[in-house]
Design a binder for this molecule. Structure first.
Ligand code: ACM
Ligand code: ZN
Length: 766
């Protein structure tokens, strides 16, 4: 069934040049996600004003007209009725599957549903010239290369999320986002509609949600970690009217995209509490949040609160025809509940264990209500704490542990771990990237994502419905910025979800993506292009250091300098790993035909005394943050200031670690310097202290300890001066660093009660 795609892709290139008829021009295009099976033929099909199309309007009522409209608006060619392009109902195919056969005299589209045929049309669309996307084709004939495609998705849930609480976007933009999902054969749009910073869905019964909760008086400027906080002083907000929502829902339905509305509870509800203070525990006035993070104001589980939420759900259910309502459930600090006599009384009355039990009670009660409306709930993985509501689907974001726990309880899960699915993280190591929340999630890491956690047994895997990319928008004030962060990572996610895992090939994806850029341009998406960036890697072999440069596309060269000067078309051509024996600044760029593509890569190498030493850590870094491994801590390269997730930072979750560095020959050592990331919003805490042991050449040990701090910055630096009199000529054979984890995240902080992360950077020894 799975034919050889790589030969096909190669062959595809040949077809373009082989057609000897000068009037036949077949544009080279790319398919994303690539079909499960393609067989390319050496001939073509022509579409012109004589071409006829036939479909049963009772089955193919969306896909048929979509094709006609796409060709008409794209090229001006009006397909008439006829038997050149024919839709077939083939009941033996799975619901979303299709077959597409382009033969010299006929195009056959087979599916068992309109949705399957719609995906065949999206494939056909991606085979057609990109100019059809914006109506600039301007010729009266279209040529398609002949091919046979058989296709079906691997996962049934293929989604993208968008947070409109932190920033809000136009109705047209929401439609454009849905258009992109459809083009990529994704079928779910998770619309995050309520937040501390803004309530965005009109609820007619509660006008203050529109008047108060939809607006904040100002917005944080710059990054949350930049202290002191500064604000822009400008009111911000708005909401989607029910009429607009109906319009968007209908638009999505015509593209086989189901919208899952998210109404957050019990946390992330400060905007609603600002509008109706009695929804909270204290009844005190609060304002719609003006900065990011997690807030203590959460819904108080009073009868009147449930009445409010049920009324809200009534209006939501009437607007969204899909089967799921997302009830949030994440990041709900329990401080208010702990200090509330009503909440404490309820815990006793219902015989609940604690506040987590109360959250469980809250969610289970809302689930009963939502189930009674014929809908199912989906919630972030915190809904596992204190016991899962009986029919809930879990959205696993804090790693994959939640997914494993839910699947073992035979609950469905949707995967969206931060490590591979958070498209608000940086996607490039280049320092010119626009401000983002932090973290590092390059395209390739998204592409390599396997939604099935490896801990699951064969029998448990079926509970993994699929995955989605999340677009949290604290740092995306504009539509264009959302596009920059979502594209092309959304494209990689679409292929992760569509294609069988053993068929994925990143190099092949990159080739297609380079071509697909033209389609994104025609569709006016402000995609990020990092394909011409350079990836540098330090390699240590037998104690010697080499610096390796790579770029993602073929057919281009890398040129570099080591003295900090800008690379140009005459700089040294990179032909293999560069030996490094002293401090250097590597600057490099990608060139083709004497022209630079993309930005200049720059990396400072600090050739300190531990580079080339051997190193071990008593714990493995977390699998999502293992960077370049232990050796990466002494490879001469420091991690980024902004992205704790790049390959020079190692992350450990809740573990004390011991790092041992051994030198072949004793070294006289003066200083040890390293950094710990301290991004409390991302649950990352610098340790409070570090202890040392030094094994000296004469076999004796010296030990010492340093307290760290202050802790008000993004990085906490450890500067250790090995305070020996220089005259003593002490030689160190081994350095052992003992780094205790910070411990549990304290109350009032984001992720309170969870284990803190430790992130450590290069250990510079001099
Ligand atoms: C989340 O990122 N708080 C689900
Ligand atoms: Zn309360």
């Amino acid at each position: 069934m799975h034919l050889n795609r790589f030969l096909s892709v190669l062959f595809l290139t040949l077809v373009v040049f082989r057609c000897s008829n000068p009037n036949v021009f077949i544009e080279e295009t790319a398919l994303i996600p690539i079909p499960q099976s393609i067989e390319i033929k050496d001939s073509y099909f022509k579409i012109n004003s004589n071409t006829g199309v036939r479909y049963d309007n009772s089955i193919f009522k969306i896909s048929g007209p979509f094709l006609k409209t796409f060709i008409k608006e794209g090229s001006g060619i009006d397909l008439m009725e006829g038997n050149d392009v024919v839709f077939y109902n083939k009941p033996q195919l799975a619901h979303e599957a299709y077959e597409l056969d382009i033969a010299p005299s006929k195009i056959s589209i087979s599916a068992s549903s309109d949705q399957g045929a719609f995906y065949a049309i999206q494939t056909l669309r991606q085979i057609l010239p990109v100019a059809l996307e914006n109506g600039t084709y301007g010729k009266t004939e279209l040529f398609l290369k002949c091919q046979t495609i058989a296709d079906a998705p691997q996962f049934e849930y293929r989604g993208m999320h968008l947070d409109v609480g932190r920033h809000m976007y136009s109705v047209d933009f929401i439609k454009k986002y849905i258009d992109a999902l459809a083009l990529l054969k994704m079928n779910t749009f998770h619309w995050h509609l309520t937040e501390d910073q803004g309530w965005r869905i009109e609820i007619k019964k509660y006008p203050k949600l529109q008047e108060v909760a939809a607006y904040r008086k100002e917005t944080l400027v710059g990054h949350y970690n930049d202290q002191p906080h500064q604000f822009d002083g400008e009111s911000y907000g708005g909401f989607y009217t029910q009429e607009q929502i109906k319009d968007i829902v209908a638009y999505a339905q015509e593209r086989f995209v189901t919208i899952i509305p998210e109404i957050e509870m019990p946390g992330h509800s400060q905007a609603a509490i600002a509008a109706y203070p009695q929804l909270g525990c204290t009844g005190n006035n609060v304002e719609v949040a003006t900065k990011w993070g997690v807030f203590e104001e959460i819904y108080c589980p009073k009868e009147s609160t449930f009445q409010f939420l049920e009324d809200v759900i009534d209006e939501v259910v009437a607007l969204f025809p899909g089967k799921y309502i997302h009830i949030g459930g994440d990041e709900a600090p329990k401080t208010r509940w702990k200090n509330c006599s009503h909440c404490q009384q309820l815990i006793k009355e219902k015989d609940l264990k604690d506040e987590h039990g109360l959250q469980s009670y809250f969610i289970a009660r809302m689930e009963r209500y939502i189930n009674s409306k014929g809908k199912q709930i989906i919630g972030w993985d915190e809904i596992l704490e204190g016991g899962l509501a009986p029919n809930a689907t879990v959205m696993s974001w804090r790693g994959t542990e939640g997914a494993v726990a839910a699947a073992r309880q035979h609950h469905n899960v949707v995967m969206t771990p931060t490590s591979h699915c958070y498209f608000d993280y940086y996607q490039s190591e280049n320092d010119e990237e626009p401000l983002a929340i932090g973290g590092f999630l390059p395209l390739e890491k998204v592409y390599q994502f396997n939604p099935i956690p490896e801990e699951l047994t064969e029998g448990e895997r079926k509970y993994v419905l699929g995955a989605q990319g999340n677009v949290w928008t604290e740092y995306m004030p504009t539509e264009s910025q959302v596009e920059y962060m979502a594209f092309p990572r959304m494209l990689a996610m679409s292929e992760v979800l569509w294609l069988d895992a053993d068929q994925k090939n990143y190099k092949d994806f990159v080739k297609r993506l380079e071509l697909f850029h033209k389609r994104l341009e025609a569709l006016d998406f402000n995609y990020a292009n990092h394909l011409y960036e350079i990836d540098g890697d330090m390699k240590i072999e037998n104690g010697e250091a080499f610096y390796e440069l790579k770029t993602q596309t073929d057919g281009k060269s890398i040129r570099y300098t080591l003295d900090g000067s800008e690379p140009n078309p005459n700089s040294v051509l990179y032909s293999g790993p560069i030996p490094i024996t002293k401090n250097a600044v590597v600057k490099a760029a990608v060139f083709k035909d004497g022209e630079q593509h993309g930005r200049v890569f720059s990396q400072r190498i600090n050739f300190h005394k531990a580079v080339g030493a051997s190193i071990s850590i008593d714990k493995k870094p977390h699998k999502a943050y293992q960077g370049s491994g232990a050796q990466g801590l002494i490879n001469g390269i420091s991690g980024s200031d902004k992205r704790f997730g790049d390959k020079e930072w190692l992350g450990f979750w809740g573990e004390d670690i011991v790092i041992t560095m051994d030198f072949e020959e004793g070294k006289s050592i003066n200083t040890i310097t390293t950094r710990f990331h301290n991004g409390n919003g991302q649950w990352i805490y610098a340790p409070k202290e570090v202890s040392y042991e030094f094994l000296l050449e004469d076999g004796s040990y010296v030990s010492d300890k340093r307290n760290l701090g202050p802790f008000d910055k993004t990085h906490v630096k450890l500067d250790y001066d090995f305070n020996t009199p220089k005259t003593m000529d002490i030689k160190v054979k081994s350095i052992i660093l003992k780094i205790p984890n910070y411990g549990m995240i304290p109350e009032g902080k984001q992720g309170a009660g969870n284990k803190a992360w430790t992130f450590i950077d290069e250990i510079i020894v001099n």
